[in-house]
Write a protein that binds this ligand. Structure first.
Ligand code: FES
Ligand SMILES: [Fe+2]
Length: 408
C-alpha cells in the first residue's frame, strides 16, 4: 500500500476512535428496501445484469498447471470449460458442442489433448476451434471455422482466473480491480498456495450473506468470543473505492505482529515479508464487486466468494492462501487457524438463515444503515448501477448517494 494511503488510514482510525457523533458533512444514508432480499424479479435482474456480465473470480490458476488441463466452472447455472493452453495462457468456453449442443467435456476436471464431444465425436483443439467432424461429406455448407466453441472473456490476476460471461467487452480486468489489485500486490498472491478450502450452502439471499461481511458492527454480538477478541470495531476505517469495491481496516487488539485468530502462543506464524506493517497491526479486508471478500493478514488471506444459487440460497466458498512452507508437515498455525476460521464462519451462517426467514415475514420494509455500515449501501447502489434503476420498482431503488465519497 502507498505510504500516503497508510498514513491517511491511520489518521482515519484515530479519528474514528475519537468521534462522538455522526461525521459532519456525511449525508444520511437512505433506508434500503427489504424487498431487495425477497423479490424474485429483482434477483433475476441481478443475476442477469451482474453475474452474467461482470468480471468474476472463478478459481486459482494453479488448479490448471499443465497444457491441456481443464476444469468446469459451474457456479453460475451453466457449465464453463476453462482450459490451459499450449502457450500457458488460459481460455474459457461454454461447454456446449456446436453440433447438437451436448456437453463437450463430461468430467469436471482432467487433462486432454483434444476436446472431443462424446455424442458424435466432433473434435475441438484446446483453443476451441473445430478441427474434425466425422462424416463431414454428409453436411452441406458446413464451415468448420465458424463452428468453434463459444469463447468467454477470460483473464488472470495475481494467481486467480477471472471470467466474464458478457457479450460485450468487459474491459481491462486489472483496471477493473484497481485500486484493490494495487493495494494487494504486496501479498504476491501468485506465489501463495492454497492452504485449505471449504464451502457451505446457506439458505439466505446472496446480499444478506454479503452484507454480514461488510461491517464489524455485529462482532460484539455474533462473534463475541472470536472476532471481537481480535478486532476493535471502534477504530474501524472504511474506504469506498471505485467500481463498487471497498476496504475495511479494523485495528487489532491482539496478534499485533501478524496472525489471525489462532495465532496466539504459536511457535511459528507465517509472515509475508513484502506486506506492510499495517497488515499485521490491523485487519485490512477488501470487497471486490460483486461477490469477493477478503480479510487479509501478514500470514496470508482468505478469499470468500458468494455464489447466488437462487433467491434464497447462496453457496459461500472460502479459500485460505498462504506462503509455501519447507517442512513436510503443514505448520500447526494453519491447522489451528482453519478450525478457528471455520468456527467464525459458522457463527455467521447460524445468523443468516433465520435472517432470511425474518426478511420473508412481510413486515421487513425498510433497512436503516448507520455510518459504519456505509459499505453495504455503496455496493447496493452499485448493484443498481448494473441492473439499471429504470428496471427496478421505485420503492426498491438504491439511489446513487455515495459516489462523491469514493476515494480518488
Ligand atoms: S452434439 Fe457434439 S458431436 Fe454431436
Ligand atoms: Fe460475521
Amino acid at each position: 500500500m502507498r505510504p500516503e494511503k497508510i498514513k491517511e488510514i491511520r489518521e482515519q482510525i484515530e479519528y474514528e476512535y475519537k468521534r462522538s457523533s455522526y461525521p459532519e458533512g456525511f449525508p444520511q444514508i437512505p433506508d434500503l428496501s427489504g424487498r431487495r432480499y425477497t423479490n424474485e424479479e429483482f434477483f433475476n435482474l441481478e443475476f442477469k445484469n451482474i453475474f452474467l456480465k461482470s468480471w468474476i473470480m472463478v478459481f486459482r490458476e494453479d488448479e490448471l498447471p499443465n497444457p491441456g488441463d481443464f476444469r468446469i466452472f459451474n457456479k453460475l447455472q451453466r457449465d464453463i470449460l476453462i482450459v490451459r493452453q499450449k502457450d500457458q495462457s488460459i481460455k474459457a468456453f461454454y461447454n456446449t458442442c456446436s453440433h447438437r449442443g451436448a456437453p463437450v467435456v463430461r468430467e469436471n476436471e482432467g487433462n486432454t489433448k483434444l476436446l472431443k464431444c462424446q455424442y458424435h465425436s466432433w473434435s475441438y483443439d484446446l483453443d476451441g476451434s473445430l478441427i474434425r467432424v466425422p462424416d463431414e461429406r454428409d453436411f452441406l455448407n458446413l464451415d468448420l471455422s465458424c463452428k468453434g466453441l463459444k469463447e468467454v472473456y477470460c483473464d488472470m490476476w495475481d494467481g486467480w482466473v477471472y471470467i466474464s460471461l458478457s457479450d460485450d467487452d468487459p474491459g481491462n480486468l486489472r483496471e477493473y480491480l484497481d485500486p484493490v489489485a494495487s493495494e494487494m500486490e504486496c501479498f504476491k498472491s501468485s506465489e501463495l498456495v492454497t492452504i485449505w478450502k471449504n464451502s457451505a450452502d446457506v439458505k439466505a439471499n446472496w446480499k444478506t450473506c454479503l452484507d454480514a461481511f461488510m461491517e464489524v458492527y455485529h462482532s460484539p454480538t455474533i462473534h463475541k468470543d472470536t472476532v471481537n477478541i481480535l478486532l476493535d470495531g471502534n477504530g474501524m476505517a472504511a474506504g469506498l473505492l471505485k467500481n463498487g469495491h471497498s476496504r475495511m481496516v479494523t485495528p487489532k487488539r491482539i496478534n499485533l505482529d501478524g496472525g489471525m485468530l489462532g495465532a496466539e502462543g504459536q511457535d511459528f506464524v507465517p509472515y509475508i515479508e513484502t506486506c506492510d506493517s499495517i497488515h499485521a497491526e490491523t485487519n485490512v479486508a477488501y470487497a471486490i464487486f460483486p461477490n469477493f471478500i477478503t480479510p487479509t493478514d501478514t500470514s496470508g488471506y482468505v478469499a470468500i466468494l458468494f455464489w447466488p444459487k437462487s433467491l434464497r440460497e447462496t453457496e459461500i466458498e472460502y479459500i485460505q492462501l498462504g506462503p509455501k512452507w519447507e517442512e513436510k508437515e503443514k505448520p500447526q498455525y494453519w491447522v489451528d487457524q482453519e478450525v478457528s476460521f471455520h468456527s467464525i464462519m459458522e457463527e455467521d451462517f447460524k445468523n443468516l438463515e433465520p435472517m432470511q426467514r425474518s426478511h420473508d415475514s412481510g413486515v421487513f420494509n425498510k433497512m436503516p444503515l448507520n455510518y459504519q455500515e456505509r459499505r453495504i449501501y455503496y455496493y447496493h447502489q452499485t448493484v443498481d448501477d448494473w441492473v439499471g434503476r429504470e428496471n427496478i420498482n421505485n420503492e426498491m431503488v438504491a439511489e446513487d448517494i455515495l459516489s462523491p465519497f469514493v476515494e480518488k
